[in-house]
Design a protein around this ligand. Structure first.
Ligand code: SF4
Ligand code: SF4
Length: 353
């Protein structure tokens, strides 16, 4: 039987005529018998919903945690990064489009036990569910995260934040941190035109629920020249983050590089990112970064109290660590929003397949 190859999905309910409703993400697909959801990773087989990407891993790499980016969560750690195919968004600029927009299931069959075993044997500190949207391989992420937690590993999602509150409630006991990715600072027109997303407002509910559940959050915001670089949206997003998540929330402004269907645009001018960073800081955000611009001064962390450099970075590397053992500024002793312990060790990035 075909269905025995798949794992029954979480977060769905049966409807009339063998249809099902998936409420894993805010697409809330109603899926007729024999059909797939918008993400192409969940299939209705005879009135039951299955994950068809369970254990079909398309990558398994050890990455620096700074690559996620997570700058304030266990800095210097190494994370096993895993992905499948599929995404619930259709971003025409996706830099991982080969995975995210793939309609055929592919990947190497792997079990949660194997992921945890390899993570431990390579000495990584946690697992990151990343590259494509982890919501669409939720069941595999859930089973793996549960096992990983028992072994003392942490779990992090790199996500577009479109999962439902019900999904967060399920994963929260095992999810330690999340990088929640905005594009064009949440501009609704940009989301409709370039991402096939009609309503971005659920992402704000996701963030509030993550905060309530104690999941450590860092925000990224991809600034796309010409179409997704409106400063009024940068201001609006920064203001929302300050008021709802707190001024200590790390905020990364990410430089766009031409990719997938948006190859006719230049990369984001550094001046645009600097303008956005200035606005984000004026709104009160204490840790504002510029990403995808190696060597830029805003790759480093500055003490919000005395203004001195407390973590100097180049790309994903930490060059200087000027914090005390309890994560205070070495100069003025102000408490810095860092979760976990700095791991100053030799970086051994590698790919298992
Ligand atoms: S996870 Fe996939 S099937 Fe479920 S609601 Fe989202 S897009 Fe639809
Ligand atoms: S949400 Fe992320 S992974 Fe999905 S298509 Fe957009 S950029 Fe790619």
């Amino acid at each position: 039987m075909l269905k025995n190859k798949f794992r029954e999905a979480m977060l769905w309910k049966p409807l009339e005529n063998k249809k099902v409703l998936c409420y894993l993400c805010y697409r809330r697909c109603v899926i007729p018998n024999g059909m797939l959801g918008v993400c192409y990773t969940r299939k209705n087989i005879e009135g039951k919903l299955y994950s068809i990407v369970y254990g079909k891993l398309t990558s398994m790499n050890i990455d620096p945690i700074e690559k996620k980016p997570l700058f304030h969560f266990h800095p210097g750690s190494e994370v096993m990064s895993i992905s499948t195919v599929g995404c619930n968004f259709r971003c025409v600029f996706c830099c991982n489009w080969v995975l995210s927009q793939e309609k055929e299931v592919m990947g190497k069959s792997t079990t949660p036990e194997e992921v945890v075993k390899y993570t431990l044997s390579y000495g990584a500190n946690g697992i990151s569910y990343t590259y494509n949207e982890p919501t669409v391989f939720f069941e595999f992420a859930y089973d793996t995260a549960k096992l990983a937690k028992k072994q003392g590993l942490f779990n992090t999602f790199v996500t577009n934040g479109y999962m439902t509150v019900e999904a967060i409630d399920e994963i929260a006991p095992y999810l330690d941190a999340a990088t929640v990715d905005f594009k064009a600072s949440g501009d609704p027109w940009f989301h409709r035109k370039f991402m096939a997303v009609g309503d971005i407002s659920p992402v704000f509910d996701t963030l509030l629920e993550m905060k309530r559940k104690g999941i450590f959050i860092e925000i990224t915001d991809l600034i796309v020249p010409k179409y997704g670089d409106k400063m009024e949206y940068v201001k609006k997003l920064a203001k929302w983050v300050v008021e709802n998540l707190g001024p200590e929330t790390p905020f990364h402004l990410i430089r766009f590089f031409p990719s997938y269907m948006l190859t006719n645009l230049p990369s984001t001018p550094i001046e645009t990112l600097e303008k956005a960073a200035k606005i984000a800081k004026e709104e009160g955000l204490q840790y504002v970064y510029i990403g995808n611009a190696p060597g830029h001064p805003l790759e480093s962390t500055y003490c919000p109290s005395c203004g001195k450099i407390i973590i100097q970075r180049y790309g994903f590397e930490i060059l200087k660590w000027n914090l005390t053992e309890d994560n205070r500024c070495k100069y003025c002793k102000a408490k810095i929003n860092i979760k976990g312990v700095f791991k100053p060790k030799y970086r051994s990035w590698l790919s298992l397949f």
